[in-house]
Design a binder for this molecule. Structure first.
Ligand code: TMP
Ligand code: ASP
Length: 239
């Protein structure tokens, strides 16, 4: 497998074409942003940590019946994935009120929600990723009702699997964001990454934050939190 030209550079990853038409080469970066790119920084070792953490989650999900784009790890910061066309929708699933939901609906952060909440956001930097519903997606022409039903149902399944898996590792899954793509044969496939950049993880006992909120809110100990998550998932650095 050969690495070919760069197709895309995002805030946290670069994507390259490969010699295989259906396979992309992803490189995870140490760059970190928040608030739609307004806050910028670097988290030392994040590229490696998120590459490893995401690989562990995608492998585990595949074993439990959730197909996804992950193929295999290439190096500390690189992995191979199946080529998809990303659907411009962020699917957020929440178990506990935090972040924008706590603010929008007036829940105190940490309030358990009586059922999981699923939200869709339109991935559009200029608009600041607005919250959208089924009819918004329809008029934007980005997904039809059947697609959104699939995204919601996979999101809820991933939530159940991740919640249980993390609870066994003394971590509360507060909320997380998923992205999906369309394969060349027209199927919807779970894609992007699952990492402390895209999830809220709290220690079960102390409720200490083990995710990107440490960066967003200037709490310190950012690298240590990501390292602790990798450790709890049984992963290792520099192997
Ligand atoms: P929020 O409370 O800020 O809406 O975030 C909900 C979840 O989605 C949280 O786990 C962080 C994740 N997220 C992303 O992965 N990317 C984003 O751009 C935002 C705003 C949130
Ligand atoms: N990834 C988003 C951004 O840069 C926001 C976030 O994760 O808070 O802006």
């Amino acid at each position: 497998m050969e690495k070919r030209e760069q197709l895309y550079e995002g805030k946290a990853k670069r994507v390259f074409r490969t010699s295989e038409p259906d396979v992309y080469w992803v490189e995870y970066k140490d760059d970190a942003t928040a608030f739609n790119g307004e806050k910028k920084g670097q988290i030392a070792g994040k590229g490696e940590l998120n590459n490893r953490i995401s690989s562990i989650f995608f492998t585990m999900l595949k074993e439990r019946g959730i197909d996804n784009h992950f193929i295999r790890t290439l190096s500390a910061t690189e992995q191979l994935v199946r080529q998809v066309r990303i659907i411009p929708i962020e699917v957020v699933v929440r178990n506990i009120a935090a972040g924008s939901l706590a603010k929008r609906l007036g829940f105190a952060e940490g309030t358990a929600l009586k059922q999981p909440v699923v939200e869709f956001y339109y991935k559009n930097d200029e608009l600041g990723d607005p919250l959208i519903n089924y009819s918004h997606a329809r008029v934007l022409g980005i997904a039809d009702d059947a697609d959104l039903t699939v995204l919601e149902s996979i999101g809820l399944k991933v939530n159940e699997i991740l919640k249980t898996y993390l609870a066994e590792r003394n971590v509360i899954l507060v909320d997380f964001k998923l992205e999906f793509g369309t394969t060349s044969d027209g199927n919807i496939l779970l894609a992007d990454e699952i990492s402390p950049d895209t999830c809220r993880f709290w220690d079960m006992e102390t409720k200490e934050k083990l995710d990107k909120d440490r960066f967003r809110r200037d709490l310190g100990g950012v690298e240590e939190a990501y390292q602790e998550m990798l450790r709890r998932l049984g992963g290792e650095m520099h192997v």
